[in-house]
Design a protein around this ligand. Structure first.
Ligand SMILES: [Zn+2]
Ligand SMILES: [Zn+2]
Length: 482
């Protein structure tokens, strides 16, 4: 009987990599050590230098090619078609992992692998995303001899997701050339472990940040009638902005306008000359985005003027809407149901109003961004960006199994356990190849209470925190992270 490949030793090694990265976090475009650690791992997989490209400073694009006989475009199979510009008409499927940590200080207490670098911390779990991609790469590389030579795994190791954004420069440098389909994921602490939450269409929001300066005429707080009070004007502006979503954006078009900072004044008896405030706009359509981008400055300027003040407004459009291609989302749902369980690929809780620059990749080729749940009943499920957060390593066997099966599915490797819902009916398509791993070697989590024989549970770190995330369920508030 074949041995499951996701063994304790395999997971131990992936988790060790994850925790090592976690202990040495680096923020956007400073991921030098992280990049070096990934390159060292890629070397051990036997990837030639010619298939490794450094992009966007610290990012890496690396390809794993098969060495088995080519199978052409796998006519009759459900696999992806080669994209324009693909070398030798190969079907190139890209998987993306973000690399950066947040510029914040970790507060996980006695976690042995806690950040050793004050002011940098993997509080969004990108360390886990990298560990997943390494795990998938190891499984694919180990079966190069069964992978047709016209099938390619492209790894997109991307810096600076938390800002200013590494995806756009990587696309500009050619990371997506020849890619047929692209996939990625985020771990999500309000969704249950074992779930892959997937939605077709908009999955995450367009982000536009804004800064406002309200200028008035300051002076003694006892004589406001001879002044132009920017504190009062800014206050009215903040209230006025609450009417944009409710009165200007069509009700079926989701949008958020949040004012999240406000600063002004130094002393109780002085009205200042200037008040500043800033915030963020989130939308799921370009229509809503442009309505708000037009309305916000108009409303602020008019409101400030009504109080004898003037205003300067600046808007910065950041990440675009992350749009999941309906067909790509369907592939993910099919594979998730086969690998995780028939009820493990819901769409509740989505879309999210957070931002993600994966949208730059999925604008270049059909793609889907999946949210893997990490919440467990007996674990502290701290939300992303909490200083107490740590990636849940127990998600890794699931994500690695999912993405390996997804690759087989999209490469059109007939008989893939994922493609036929776990059955074994091998396709009779001429020239087709079989899956890289049999059902015994890479067991499904489906129908086994979510715990296949090869699942391995690293010990949960001890913690006395009390601010655990509430409500793991369909009403859970899912926050975006950008
Ligand atoms: Zn993140
Ligand atoms: Zn984040």
């Amino acid at each position: 009987m074949a041995t499951p490949v996701i063994s304790k030793g395999f997971v131990d090694s992936i988790v060790k990599f994850r925790r090592n990265i976690h202990s040495r976090p680096e923020t956007g475009f400073k991921e030098a050590d992280t990049s070096a650690a990934i390159l060292a791992e890629l070397k051990t997989l036997g990837i030639p230098d010619s298939d490794i490209r450094v992009m966007a400073g610290t990012g890496i694009v690396a390809d794993i090619r098969g060495t088995a006989a080519p199978i052409g475009s796998a006519a009759g199979s459900a696999g992806a078609a080669p994209a324009e510009g693909a070398p030798d008409g190969a079907v190139v499927i890209a998987l993306r992992a973000d690399m950066d940590a947040l510029p914040m200080t970790e507060d996980t207490g006695d976690l042995p692998w806690a950040s050793s670098r004050p002011g940098a911390a993997h509080m969004c779990g990108h360390d886990g995303h990298m560990a997943n991609l390494l795990g998938v790469a190891r499984l694919v590389a180990a079966r190069r001899d069964r992978l047709p030579s016209d099938r390619v795994l492209r790894m997109l190791w991307q810096p600076a997701e938390e800002g200013p954004g590494g995806a756009a420069p990587m696309v500009a440098e050619g990371a997506m050339t020849g890619v047929a389909e692209v996939y990625g994921f985020h771990n999500w602490p309000t969704f249950p472990l074992g779930n892959a939450q997937i939605v077709a269409g908009p999955a995450m929001a367009h982000v536009t940040d804004f800064d406002v300066t309200v200028n008035g005429r300051g002076g003694h707080a006892s004589a406001p009638h001879v002044l132009a009070d920017p504190v009062l004007a800014a206050s009215h502006c903040v209230v006025a902005l609450q009417s944009i979503v409710s009165r200007c954006v069509p009700a079926a078009d989701a949008a958020v306008v949040s004012v999240s900072t406000i600063h002004g004044g130094e002393v109780r008896n002085v009205i200042p000359s200037t008040v500043t405030f800033s915030g963020t706009i989130r939308t799921l359509s370009e229509r809503a985005s442009s309505i708000i981008a037009e309305k916000l400055p108009a409303l602020v300027n008019a409101t400030a003027a009504a109080h004898g003040c003037s205003a300067e407004v600046s808007l910065e459009s950041l990440y675009p809407v992350l749009h999941n291609d309906p067909a790509a989302a369907e592939h993910c749902v099919r594979v998730a149901k086969a690998t995780l369980g028939p009820d493990r690929a819901p769409s509740w809780g989505l879309p999210l109003m957070g931002g993600e620059d994966f949208g730059y990749f999925s604008a270049e080729a059909p793609g889907c961004y999946v949210f893997f749940g990490t919440a467990e009943q007996d674990r502290e499920n701290h939300m992303l960006h909490s200083s107490h957060f740590d990636f849940n390593d127990r998600a890794l066997p699931r994500t690695i199994t999912f993405f390996t099966r997804l690759l087989e599915d999209r490469w059109g490797l007939a008989g893939s356990a994922a493609s036929d819902g776990g059955g074994s009916a091998a396709s009779a398509v001429s020239g087709s190849a079989g899956p890289l791993y049999s059902e015994e070697e890479l067991p499904s989590f489906a129908g086994k209470g979510g715990v296949p024989p090869a699942d391995w549970a690293p010990p949960a770190p001890s913690s006395t925190r009390t601010d655990r995330t509430e409500a793991v369920g369909s009403d859970a508030v899912a926050m975006g992270h950008a």
